[in-house]
Write a protein that binds this ligand. Structure first.
Ligand SMILES: [Cu+2]
Length: 174
């Protein structure tokens, strides 16, 4: 029995040591992930019956290094893209995928607005209607993720064209 007792005491000591190490870690200044340094506010999603829609909001970076948002996903859409608006050759505004995602500068912010950068739901799985909330997962280039809930709103004052056929294709010969 003495042997068993010794082993139990040893295990207990190891457990105490683990807890102590964890506590020490918690007290130390750790390297924050990008998700730790980002705050998302005023986030909302445009109501839509089917097809595409978009999420908007304010992204702020409380950290000392830039934050790089590389992808976004939601259970409400088959897949999502980070979009920007650009001027087409014909002079109109078209949306397109923002190459490489978007960067929030250190101690800075980045605004997602109708007519500007936005998070695009490419294929919603069910109608999203005003009053609902939609879950979004933001993924950063250090692999960290942040989940936010966005409110669905009716919104019609948007010049952005959500037709899937809209692309920034140069006119041949132009
Ligand atoms: Cu878009």
């Amino acid at each position: 029995m003495r042997n068993l007792h010794t082993r139990t005491a040893g295990a207990l000591a190891a457990a105490v040591l683990c807890v102590t190490v964890f506590a020490a870690c918690g007290d130390k200044e750790q390297t924050a992930t990008q998700a730790d340094s980002v705050t998302v506010s005023d986030q909302w999603v445009k109501a839509a019956d089917s097809g595409m829609t978009a999420a908007f909001g304010q992204l702020a970076n409380t950290g000392d290094s830039q934050i790089h948002l590389v992808s976004v996903s939601s259970p409400a859409s088959g897949y999502m893209e980070i979009h920007e608006m650009a001027t087409s050759d014909s002079g109109g505004m078209v949306m397109r995928e923002k190459e490489g995602g978007l960067v929030i500068p250190a101690k800075g912010s980045h605004s997602l607005d109708p007519g500007g950068d936005h998070l695009m739901f490419m294929d919603i799985t069910a109608p999203v209607t005003a009053g609902q909330t939609v879950d979004l997962t933001l993924t950063f280039d250090d692999g960290s993720t942040k989940e936010v809930e966005a409110q669905v709103r009716d919104f019609s004052g948007n010049e952005e064209n959500y037709d899937p056929g809209t692309t920034d294709t140069p006119t041949p010969g132009a």
